[in-house]
Design a protein around this ligand. Structure first.
Ligand code: ADP
Ligand code: MG
Length: 247
């Protein structure tokens, strides 16, 4: 399979005593290894539902998700979900511990990641002693410690204020790219999607269908996502996506 992930004709309905809520309708797309894909859609359109299906947490009503052999997915959420009573090191090892994968080897791998990304000095600190940005970094390292090939990011920056968000999103994405991971980011922030991604898929309001797709390319490749926001093409992409987005 040349693609790391293929999604075919996904539909999903939630059923409750009040009736059926159709969240996803006939969604198909594929993702190449190493690609950074963003999915934008209005609030309540079905973005988190889609990521849960990709993670295998929810079973679609129709359609299927195929992941390349051996490729695992890892999740990162809006809240960092660090446990305040555990040190940063113990938080980072938590995923390995919970999945029964904590060995001398996996522990060393996780500690190396901490070193590589400037967290060694915070090993014995508690989450409350870290900035919002460093907390997100710790949450990412905890996810990476499980060696996923595909990272699923559910609005991971939306709890941060605007200034912080620009820097934290750039930081997190450059770590993901340096690790050569594939990423799927869902967000309602068009600027974030354009600045960070190779490609943007626009979802309709609920039930989510794919309305449009845009490959993002800058004539002068920016050095980082903050520079990308200054690129002349940035506004054009923003406007095109804006026109497609329902409210
Ligand atoms: P988004 O992440 O784009 O904001 P969600 O995927 O969370 O949207 O939700 C899509 C729609 O499905 C919403 O209308 C939401 O109310 C509904 N929904 C989400 N989870 C459930 C559930 N467990 N049961 C019933 N309806 C749900
Ligand atoms: Mg959501």
């Amino acid at each position: 399979m040349p693609n790391i992930l293929e999604v075919q004709n996904l539909s999903l309905s939630y059923y409750s005593p009040q009736g059926e809520t159709k969240a996803l309708e006939n969604i198909s797309f594929s993702v190449k290894k190493g690609e950074f894909l963003s999915i934008v859609g209005p609030s309540g359109s079905g973005k988190s539902t889609l990521l849960s299906v990709l993670a295998g947490i929810l079973t679609p009503t129709e359609g299927c998700v195929a992941v390349a052999e051996g490729a695992k997915t890892g999740y990162m959420l809006q809240k960092d979900h660090l446990f305040e009573w555990r040190t940063i090191e113990k938080n980072i090892l938590l995923g390995l511990e919970l999945t029964g994968n904590l060995t001398a080897g996996t522990r060393e791998y996780a500690l190396n990641l901490m070193g590589q990304y400037g967290l060694s000095g915070f090993r014995n600190r508690y989450p409350s002693q870290l900035s919002g940005g460093m907390r997100q970094r710790a949450a990412l390292i905890r996810t990476l410690a499980l060696r996923p090939e595909i990272l699923l990011l559910d609005e991971p920056f939306s709890a941060l204020d605007y200034q912080t968000r620009l820097h934290v999103s750039d930081d997190i994405v450059s770590i993901i790219k340096s690790q050569r991971k594939t990423a799927i980011l869902v967000t309602h922030d068009i600027s974030e999607a354009v600045a960070l991604s190779h490609r943007v898929i626009v979802l309709s309001k609920r039930p989510a269908r794919i309305k449009a797709q845009f490959g993002i390319q800058f004539s002068l490749p920016p050095n980082n996502s903050i520079e990308a926001r200054e690129a002349p093409e940035f506004k054009d992409y923003f406007n095109k996506i804006w026109k497609e987005l329902d409210f």
